[in-house]
Design a protein around this ligand. Structure first.
Ligand SMILES: Cc1cc2nc3c(=O)[nH]c(=O)nc-3n(C[C@H](O)[C@H](O)[C@H](O)COP(=O)(O)OP(=O)(O)OC[C@H]3O[C@@H](n4cnc5c(N)ncnc54)[C@H](O)[C@@H]3O)c2cc1C
Length: 360
């Protein structure tokens, strides 16, 4: 298996093991890592072979780049940038397929979840700043791929590449969409923060929108539903998100991410079109705009089927990967005191830990 500092925690190694000798366990920082039981392991090597990080990175096909936003504001309200994921997903559902994305469960934790109809799609939309658990995906998506059903999988680039490696030649009708990604925060730390939110807001957490757009500020607002009430504050004032954007609560592998490039093996990549004002002034209206990168025939064909519901224009690679979009060039650097902060959140009273975050 790959060295610990590089492990993205996708869980493909645990899913592929014929003896359940690999279990995903939460570490001190709150991230999941594979742990191998020497007693059950039969040394078959499947776990090492499925790991997308053990081989060279697949470059993918020649890419075409677009700026796009859903025509209907309601569609854009559903997404964190241009609402393109929702359009792609709705199209796949309409064609009789299903869609995998990250949804918050009733326990407040994030898991990859399947939507088979339009009414369950809204749980999948929008960016959640938590690493999602992929456990529910593996068996089901393999069966769906074998059946040849149309399926859209969307996740971080490391998760999407893991699904590609897991399915191998048996991809069937699975379309892989990945995100431009800043990095993923610790689920354990989120669990702690969510419990604190529930206490502070005096109610069970019913929903979180990390990038709410009601202020037409491109999603720089955080909206939380708890105990039947809605609470709203600027994203920059949320201490959990602050520790995320400062590179404190990121998974260690994010600092070594090899997907911070436009050359990936997914069918489609979606991201915020940061820097759009320098490419086409006036296109941004504060309600979100996406960059769409298509690499394969299947990816392009799906994008073309929803283009009519968007305002879009083609652009050059340099325009999409402009200087406001660093995650297409290099990984996020960890905060210089990351290890100290991440070593302390379980030890200190949580309110004190959050106070420290204020000083970052
Ligand atoms: C953790 C994270 C960091 C990101 N960092 C950047 C960045 O630095 N620069 C940039 O340009 N774009 C980034 N994005 C992508 C961006 O926020 C939008 O998700 C993307 O532009 C698609 O927007 P949309 O409106 O089309 O779709 P949305 O409705 O926003 O849907 C996005 C899709 O992402 C999935 N998703 C949401 N949260 C997670 C998660 N935690 N793990 C896996 N999948 C998830 C949803 O299930 C859905 O399929 C990030 C996304 C995530 C999840």
């Amino acid at each position: 298996m790959v060295e610990r500092a590089l492990c993205t925690g996708c869980g493909a190694c645990a899913a592929v093991c014929p003896r359940q000798a690999v279990q995903m366990r939460e570490d001190w920082e709150g991230f999941h890592y594979p742990v191998v039981s020497k007693r059950s392991c039969i040394d078959c090597g499947l776990c090492a072979r499925v790991c997308p990080l053990t081989g060279a990175r697949e470059a993918g096909g020649e890419a075409s780049f677009f700026a796009a936003k859903a025509k209907r504001e309601a569609d854009r309200l559903l997404g964190s940038s241009g609402g393109i994921f929702h359009l792609l997903a709705a199209q796949v559902l309409q064609e009789g397929g299903s869609v995998w994305g990250a949804a918050l469960g009733e326990d407040g934790m994030l898991r990859h979840t399947e939507a088979c109809d339009q009414s369950s799609l809204s749980r999948l939309t929008r960016t959640k700043y938590i690493q999602s658990d992929m456990t529910p995906v593996w068996r089901k998506i393999r069966a769906e791929a074998r059946e040849g059903r149309p399926v859209l999988f969307c996740g971080t680039p490391c998760q999407t590449d893991a699904v590609r490696a897991f399915l191998g030649e048996e991809r069937g009708g699975v379309i892989l969409a990945d995100l431009i990604c800043f990095g993923v925060p610790s689920p354990g730390l989120w669990r702690r923060y969510a419990a604190r939110l529930e206490k502070r807001l005096a109610g069970t957490l019913e929903g979180v929108s990390f990038r709410d757009k009601r202020n037409r500020d491109n999603g720089h607002t955080c909206a939380v539903q708890a105990g039947g009430m809605e609470h709203v504050w600027p994203l920059g004032e949320d201490l959990y998100c602050r520790s995320y954007f400062r590179g404190v609560n990121l998974r260690p592998s994010c600092a070594h991410c090899r997907y911070c490039t436009t050359e990936r093996a997914s069918d489609i990549t979606l991201g915020d079109f940061w820097g759009i004002e320098g490419v086409r002034p006036g296109f941004d209206d504060g309600m979100g705009c996406s960059v769409v990168i298509c690499r394969t025939r299947a990816g392009r064909a799906l994008w073309e089927r929803v283009q009519g519901d968007t305002q879009w224009f083609p652009c050059r690679r340099e325009e999409a990967a402009n200087e406001s979009q660093p995650r297409l060039r290099e990984p996020t650097q960890a905060h210089p005191r990351r290890r100290l902060y991440m070593g302390l959140w379980r030890v200190l009273p949580f309110s004190l830990w959050l106070k420290l975050c204020r000083r970052m």
